[in-house]
Design a protein around this ligand. Sequence first.
Ligand SMILES: [Zn+2]
Length: 221
Amino acid sequence: MDGSGGTLASAGPWGYSVSGVTAFVDNVLSRGESGITDGSGSRLSTETDFAPGGGSIVFDTSESWFYNSDVNSTTAPTGGQMDFLSTAMHELAHVLGFGTADGGGSNDGSWSGKISSGAFTGAFSKASNGGSNVSLDGGNGHWADGTTSVRHLDGVSQEANMDPTTTSNERKLFTNLDIMGLRDVGWEINVSAVPEPSFYATVFGLVLLGFGLVRRRKLQA
Ligand SMILES: [Zn+2]
């Protein structure tokens, strides 16, 4: 994808069709996860899990990327570069169903079935958001632009990775809210490893949000 639209990257799970012996169809659709099919080769009208067979990610190769693949590093790029790791994690989450787990047709997927009045109602995300549904952006595939949570790595407040934009000179690691979004899609995640937000982290985040209003922003689809 070129950079003409200002989009850094885009991604999603593969689509596919399958037919044949019932047990085979059921296995392809569910890949062993419950909550996707009825066990006889038909998708549930409301799915509670997601099992992509694969997916694809496209990156804008004309972008000036900063490459540091250490997920435990908070070092941000400089000189106007975009952080490849932040965008790659974002796109991988889309492959894994964040904003994309749609049951298809009239069915509800484990993401699409948890959207109400422009907000995400998934229980884990809601709990991570102070008990409130999480506002989504207009396409319902991301948290609303500027949504904040706390970084999973160290509990420091940060704009969520899975909002629709990022900026130059910024590293956005996954926040607790981002992780809970994937958990609501159906992924089993060891939540005991997810730190709780601290008061100071929250205050720091509000200051960061203030600066965020004047930063150059680029879409990550
Ligand atoms: Zn996106």
